[in-house]
Design a protein around this ligand. Structure first.
Ligand code: GLC
Ligand code: CA
Length: 565
């Protein structure tokens, strides 16, 4: 059915649209670094920028093109840097501006660009703008933030909720007004309706671009058009005006990459953000494949069992929707999500096979793939057992609120172990030394004890490792246009265990087959897929021909390149 709608859509689109203009980031692979947890070079237990620079050769060997750095700016670290107190300086625990410039220069020598995390929906409450703003109603910075009179009986102005739990409004006693914070109370929301705020942000972006960065990842960018008085948070009426203005005033004349984080994105809005004539962003980072598995009441804290048919339908829907315009970002994990291997694979029974399978499925889709640090070596969820091992503000807040609301502490820890953000934030596992070689002292968050077997050193050395599989996939995207531009089609949509899709460009067709289960599966393939060809990648033995019935092993995945007449 999806492809039926798709056919009608393409017919209309094909008449109207010239071929997609090629961009450098169409063939790029992006690697996300969470600086706090990547590499601690000065031995204080916290990852730092010199640590990242020291690992550039590792990233170069993997073959990635761009590093997305989670925030490195000055910050009280209420939300690990997503609360910025100075947009033009570096957090002292991460290093200095000179360290940053050196990272950019050293990365460039290796052909790697640096993508900064642009967090401009809100600042820290320690940002001088907010410090001024809260001084009083007449302060010139008052209007940089969103202040409102109390509601009846000095209650908050309305029922808007913070994403980290509790009301999105906090009363500031001296002035008797509430300010808006859609995240923690230490992350007051900027007022994008104020043109001076927008000007300040654009100047700051230009300042960073002058330092030679390759682009921006834009934090909760769908929030900036919010209309708090009507409780409208995402997709406000001026959202796209602001993005077009930003494009004009900052990166529009530069060949850089912009990716907007938008939990609210639909295929329709993604085309607004990233459509070819929109002059907004390169692509959006949307989460429908993630949220489709969340519980209606308890959200991610009580995930539903894994359902491949649902997952395939969401992934395919996005592939079809952005087939001819817009661009997809492709990812399994990031710093807010659990480890891909733990979430979608089998981290105990088939860690190597399933990690490679997941990588294969994702990297051969159309879009720009993102790798979250440690994914390329098969890192797994944290497996904490007590709430005091967690560090994440969201997990700690939600723990309190959900238990008050009736979720049992055991259920909460179970949910946090499956979906909490700290799963992705345990230190990168480099080798078998103490603390996985991340640091020489106890890190700010515990290392996963499995570093003795899961670590980068072992992975790089082993030809058959997960890491080497990622390296091959990244290289394939550069050597095979069909992976970059081929038309996507999914097959056997209702099959509960296997994902089959094709990518077709002119006469070339790539057939991708992946088993998401720990069972042997006997598969009947439709006639169109029977073929003989070259095996581009596999996680068991190479497969070069496909017939009427094939048998695939647990978590087996392969891609056969063939020709269509
Ligand atoms: C984004 C970030 C997340 C952060 C939030 C508030 O969702 O990815 O880590 O907590 O925005 O800035
Ligand atoms: Ca350090």
């Amino acid at each position: 059915m999806v492809s039926g709608i798709h056919d009608q859509l393409t017919e209309v689109i094909l008449q109207a649209l010239p071929p997609l203009e090629r961009k450098w980031w169409h063939t790029a692979t992006i690697y996300q670094v969470y600086p706090r947890s990547f590499c601690d070079l000065n031995g204080d237990g916290i990852g730092d920028i010199p640590g990242i620079t020291s690992k550039l050769d590792y990233l170069k060997a993997l073959g990635i093109d761009v590093i997305w750095l989670s925030p490195i700016y000055k910050s009280p670290m209420d939300d690990n840097g997503y609360d910025i107190s100075d947009y033009r300086d570096i957090a002292p625990e991460f290093g200095t501006l000179a360290d940053f410039d050196r990272l950019v220069a050293e990365a460039r020598l290796r052909g790697i660009g640096i993508l900064l995390d642009l967090v401009v929906n809100h600042t820290s409450d320690e940002h001088p703008w907010f410090q001024e703003s809260r001084k009083g109603k007449d302060n010139p910075f008052r209007d940089f933030y969103i202040w409102r009179e109390p509601g009846a009986g000095s209650a908050p102005p309305n029922g808007l909720k913070s994403a980290f739990g509790g009301p999105a409004w906090t009363l500031d006693e001296p002035s008797g007004e509430y300010y808006l914070h859609l995240f923690s109370r230490r992350q007051p929301d900027l007022n994008w309706e104020n043109p001076i705020v927008r000007r300040e942000i654009y100047d700051m972006m230009n300042w960073w671009m002058e330092r030679g960065i390759a682009g921006f990842r834009m934090d909760v960018i769908d929030y900036i058009g919010k209309q708090p008085d009507s409780s409208l948070v995402t997709d406000g009426p001026h959202l796209h005006d602001y993005l077009q203005e930003m494009h004009r005033e900052t990166f529009g004349s530069r060949n850089i990459l912009t990716v907007g984080e938008a939990w609210s994105a639909t295929p329709g809005s993604a085309l607004l953000y990233s459509g070819r004539d929109r002059h907004e962003l390169s692509m959006v980072f949307q989460f429908e494949h993630v949220t489709q598995a969340w519980d209606e009441t308890w959200g991610k804290w009580r995930p539903k069992p894994f359902d491949l048919v649902g997952l395939k339908s969401v992934l395919s829907k996005w592939q079809y929707a952005l087939a001819d315009d817009g661009w997809n970002s492709l990812f399994w994990g990031n710093h807010d999500l659990p480890r891909a291997l733990s979430r979608y694979g089998d981290a105990t029974g088939y860690p190597v096979e399933s990690a490679k399978m997941l990588a294969t499925v994702l990297h051969l889709l159309k879009g720009t793939p993102f790798i979250y640090q440690g994914e390329e070596i098969g890192m797994t969820n944290a497996a904490f057992t007590a709430i005091d091992q967690y560090r994440d503000i969201e997990t700690l807040n939600m723990h309190r609120l959900h238990i008050e609301a009736g979720l049992s502490p055991e259920d909460f820890i179970k949910g946090a172990n499956e979906n909490g953000r700290d799963n992705a934030r345990t230190p990168m596992q480099w080798n078998t030394l103490a603390y996985g070689g991340f640091s020489t002292v106890p890190p700010w968050i515990e290392v996963n004890p499995n570093y003795s077997t899961i670590n980068a050193e072992a992975e790089v050395a082993d030809e058959r490792s997960i890491w080497n599989h990622y390296r091959r996939l990244i290289a394939l995207r550069k050597s095979h246009e069909v992976i970059v531009y081929g038309e996507f089609q999914s097959w056997l949509d209702q099959h509960p265990d296997v994902f089959v899709y094709t990518r077709t460009l002119d006469r070339e067709r790539l057939v991708v087959v992946a088993n998401f289960s720990s069972r042997d599966v006997a598969l009947h393939l439709p006639g169109e897929l029977h073929c003989v060809g070259e095996c581009l990648i596999s996680n068991y033995e190479p497969v070069t021909s496909l017939g009427e019935s094939i048998s695939i092993r647990p978590y087996e995945a392969f891609a056969v390149l063939t020709r269509v007449e």
